[in-house]
Write a protein that binds this ligand. Structure first.
Ligand code: 13P
Length: 290
């Protein structure tokens, strides 16, 4: 199976009242674990790559790892570039077959963001690649991209939708009160904003900063119209804590076996994804029992 279209997966999710988990992977272990969790639950899945991960492995190697996992899966798997303000990396990932890219123009003034988003969608669409667009600030620094300054750019709903429609954006990433990383204080979540945007447009709405929200909050966002939810920090923590625990145990027992380490990390990552698939109602078993 080749990569699925992120836009079509999100549209299908919105039509059927669930959200697609979009999970930031960091290597081959996490790619395999995320796809295994999706396959076991019968859920479509989006593998997300940060710019940092693309630069570390190189686009060719990373796309190759993701494609091998997608080919072996029975569920649709999309490959998505997360927050990318760098046009050269966008061009590179388009050339290497990513399903979609998030052009992050939240650091640009409105007119520049609009012009460049239109240029990126034209370039991506010519290669059959979908574009998620972000022109507002989602709080929190994600792998070196973003800002801790809230609401630097925040536009009226009608203006945000008009820009998305006029630039050919396939998915919108609005500011919804969530933040990347762990919450330092309780967020003020903008459920009503999702409903207002969803009433104005069919373009799928993406929720960033998924880590730390409750099942009830996810459900309210999905019911309001969110159809792609990004999860990164939860996976990173599961990955690193399981590695730490394994290494502490290896130190204690004197048994140093890398493949056992990979197994333990993979199982921890798989659990996190399985849990979110249930919360996002994207697995076939949840649909059947609903
Ligand atoms: P978290 O790190 O809060 O899960 O957010 C992930 C995200 O939105 C990636 O774009």
């Amino acid at each position: 199976m080749t990569f699925a279209s992120t836009k079509l997966l999100a549209r299908e999710a919105r039509a059927n009242g669930y959200a697609i988990p979009a999970v930031n992977i960091v290597d081959g272990i996490s790619i395999a674990a995320v796809v295994r969790a999706a396959d076991r639950a019968g859920s479509p899945i989006i593998l997300q790559t940060s710019v940092k991960t693309v630069k570390y492995f190189g686009a060719e190697v990373l796309a190759g790892l993701a494609r091998a996992a997608a080919d072996a899966a029975d569920v649709p798997v999309a490959l998505h570039l997360d927050h990318c303000p760098d046009r050269a990396v966008i061009t590179e990932t388009i050339a290497h077959g990513w399903s979609s890219v998030l052009f992050d123009a939240s650091d640009r003034p409105f007119d520049v963001a609009r012009t460049e988003t239109a240029e990126v969608t034209a370039e991506a669409h010519a290669a059959g690649v979908d574009v998620e667009s972000e022109i507002e600030n989602i709080v929190g620094v994600e792998d070196g991209v973003g800002s801790d300054d809230p609401n630097v750019h925040f536009y009226p709903d009608e203006q945000l939708v008009a820009v998305a429609e006029e630039t050919g954006t396939d998915l919108i990433a609005p500011a919804l009160g969530t933040a990347h990383g762990l919450y330092k204080a309780s967020p003020v979540l903008l459920f009503d904003r999702v409903a207002a945007l969803a009433a104005l447009t069919d373009i799928p709405i993406v929720l960033h900063g998924g880590t730390g929200l409750s099942g009830e909050e996810f459900a309210r966002f999905i019911d309001a119209g969110v159809s792609k939810i990004n999860i990164s920090t939860a996976l990173k923590l599961a990955y690193m804590y399981s590695a730490r625990d394994h290494l502490a145990e290896a130190e204690r027992t004197g048994k140093w076996e890398p493949v056992r380490l990979f197994d333990q990390i993979g199982a921890a990552v798989e659990d996190v994804v399985t849990e979110h698939i249930a919360l996002f109602r994207s697995g076939s078993r949840q649909e059947v029992s609903a």
